[in-house]
Design a protein around this ligand. Structure first.
Ligand code: PAF
Length: 280
């Protein structure tokens, strides 16, 4: 059976009403399409936890600080629907742009603190765009739970805080990053890497894991951070935006392993911005 594709909020709400009347819970998997195994693992988690599942596909212009990135973002609705078919999701919500941003749309959701670091300053406006569209998707769907990858760990924290602060009654569930055999975190942007770039990118996660092992063994973070940066530059990464050690719970900076922590990297390769993070 082909999965229904909904393009209007009224249709989403009508479907949701029938499920609510039947006492069924809804799990939401928000995406921008170009689906890969990472997204499909979120769908599996949603299917396991909820009676009904909706995947949303919306390339959200408000979260792109770089117009070139927005223009190049893959749009593959037909293939995405084919990839989702075996999972038996109940609907795919591909809202027409005016269903998210009607004429005169004037509201922005912004968060302090969590967005002051890493991708916040490096991608001005990005988290406002994410928080605004995700708040809309939560409110439009009335879902009981929503599933996000830990690959975008800062985004996951931002979305959790936004839902909590705005009293949106939804559980935000973080799911483990899915990686290829080299350790490269799956991302829709990986498709823009050259074959040589894919090989280089495959070194990122093993280098991070090696640094984490040494950190756990008692080596100081400062020299490890510098060594990792030098190794990435040597490999061919054109710019290393940040290599950070931060508390897992509030993203405040750490200079040593004094609390549960994650290591975060953002670096450019082949004109593609790659991010990764691991628990240390
Ligand atoms: O992670 C993404 O794909 C996007 O940031 C999201 C959460 C779907 C919001 O547009």
């Amino acid at each position: 059976m082909t999965t229904p594709i909904l393009r209007h909020l009224d249709d989403l709400r009508a479907l949701r009403r029938t499920w609510t009347r039947a006492g069924e819970t809804l799990g939401l998997v928000p995406t921008m399409g170009a689906l890969h195994s990472g997204h499909l693992s979120l769908v599996e988690a949603a299917k396991a936890a909820c009676d009904r599942v909706i995947v949303t596909i919306f390339v959200n212009p408000k979260q792109f600080n770089n117009p070139d990135d927005l223009a190049k973002y893959p749009r593959t609705e037909q293939e995405d629907a084919e990839k989702l078919a075996p999972y038996g999701v109940d609907a795919i919500y591909v809202p027409d742009p005016d269903q998210i941003y009607p004429p005169g749309f004037a509201t922005t959701v912004s968060l302090a603190g969590l967005t002051d670091v890493m991708d916040g300053p490096n991608r001005p406006g990005h988290f406002e765009g994410v928080a605004t569209v995700v708040a809309k998707l939560f409110l439009q769907s009335g879902a009981e739970a929503a599933f996000f990858g830990e690959k975008d760990y800062q985004q996951l924290m931002v979305v959790k805080r936004m839902a909590r602060d705005l009293d949106i009654p939804i559980e935000v569930v973080g799911c483990p990053t899915v990686r290829d055999a080299s350790g490269l975190a799956l991302s829709s942007r990986n498709a823009r890497l050259s074959p040589a770039g894919v090989t280089v990118a495959g070194h990122l996660n093993p280098l991070m894991e090696a640094a984490a092992t040494r950190l756990r063994a008692g080596e100081a973070w400062g020299p490890l951070q510098a060594e990792l940066g030098a190794a990435l530059t040597e490999l061919g990464f054109s710019e290393v935006e940040y290599i950070d050690l931060r508390r897992s719970d509030d993203l405040s900076a750490l200079s040593a392993l004094t609390a549960p922590a994650r290591m975060f990297v953002a670096a450019w390769l082949d004109g593609v911005r790659l991010i990764d993070n691991i628990a240390v």
